[in-house]
Design a protein around this ligand. Structure first.
Ligand SMILES: COC[C@@H]1[C@H](c2ccc(C#Cc3ccccc3)cc2)[C@@H]2CN(C(=O)Nc3ccc(OC4CC4)cc3)C[C@@H](O)[C@@H](O)CN12
Length: 294
């Protein structure tokens, strides 16, 4: 069947086999889950085995209110600057916020309360209205805890794994976005010991049973701890995440009962993926770029 013969219409004399519509397609002999999605599935399984429910993270756009103010993060905090945060031009501001709750957040920022002195700054509503690309999935945690506070109290374990956006300088090891993992437990009378215990349980399921904790600072947790794990492969301690207890200035304005505590921790997906699966990839762009052969 040459091109010339075909053009001359020789195919009219040929006999073609009947189409067999029941034929199976050719088996695909290759195909890989993207490494990040593979590790994401592993982490989801671990959280589910530990009784955690997944939070709805299907909104990359968030208001500064839920991303910062509800977390008692001061409006002058450098992380809220356009150097670190992607603000939206359109729609530049959010319309609907729960007004009574916003009022309590304004109060706790300006005058404190619940034993706190507050920041004594004049808190601006237009600042809280600014839309942005969420800088952490802790914004989703604040939304979920607020919803929890509006029902008769029941303990909850939540987790989130999704993309977050930072206006960082992009280089070999930093992208403007990464996947954040966050776990939280909300219950009466939880202590730092419970947080340490759940971190041992969680990280041991990732093969990291030797942990160390270092005091740290987050605007929305007190106390806070950086988490380190001894990596047998590298024969050294690696930072594997951050954690803490959400502050009363965050939880009480939501309306959670006074004896309710929330312990939480977070880490990224890219770092464990680089270490767990690819064990040597040193350029994060290999994960987001072309397919990587496992
Ligand atoms: C802007 O960068 C932040 C990101 C990211 C991170 C850090 C903190 C949180 C958090 C939090 C938090 C704290 C309190 C309450 C709620 C959430 C989330 C992500 C990782 C957190 N880190 C990180 O993931 N490291 C890591 C995690 C797992 C791991 O597993 C391997 C199998 C052995 C290895 C390494 C630590 C560093 O990579 C750090 O340099 C980079 N961090």
């Amino acid at each position: 069947l040459t091109r010339e013969n075909l053009q001359r219409g020789i195919w009219r004399e040929l006999e073609f086999k009947e189409y067999n519509f029941n034929a199976k397609g050719q088996p695909l002999e290759c195909g890989h889950l993207h490494p990040l999605l593979k590790v994401r599935q592993q982490l989801k399984n671990i959280f589910r085995q530990m009784g955690f429910e997944e939070m709805p993270t299907n909104n990359f756009v968030e208001s500064s209110f839920w991303n910062f103010d509800a977390l008692f993060q001061p409006q002058q905090h450098p992380a809220r600057d356009a150097h670190d945060t992607f603000f939206l031009q359109a729609p530049s501001s959010t319309k609907e916020l729960p007004e009574d709750y916003v009022e309590r957040v304004k109060q706790v920022h300006e005058n404190g309360g619940y034993g706190s002195k507050g920041y004594g700054d004049d808190w601006k509503r237009e600042e809280a209205n600014k839309n942005l690309l969420r800088t952490h999935t802790t914004a989703v945690s604040s939304r979920m805890l607020y919803l929890l506070a509006r029902k008769p109290f029941a303990p909850k374990k939540y987790f989130s794994i999704d993309r977050v956006f930072r206006n960082d300088a992009v280089d070999r090891t930093h992208l403007a976005e990464f996947h954040q993992i966050e776990g939280l437990i909300c219950d009466r009378g939880l202590t730092l010991g419970d947080l340490i215990g759940v971190l041992y349980d969680f990280f041991s399921r990732l093969g990291m049973s030797k942990l160390r904790f270092k005091p740290a600072y987050n605007p929305y947790t007190e106390p806070s701890m950086e988490i380190f794990s001894y990596h047998e492969g590298f024969k050294k301690w690696v930072e594997v995440g951050n954690s803490g207890m959400f502050r009363p200035e965050m939880l009480r304005p939501m309306g959670l009962p006074e004896d309710v505590r929330v312990i939480a921790w977070g880490h990224s997906l890219e770092r464990p993926t680089m270490i767990l699966i690819l064990y040597g990839v040193d350029n994060i762009r290999d994960l987001f770029g072309h397919k990587v052969d496992l």
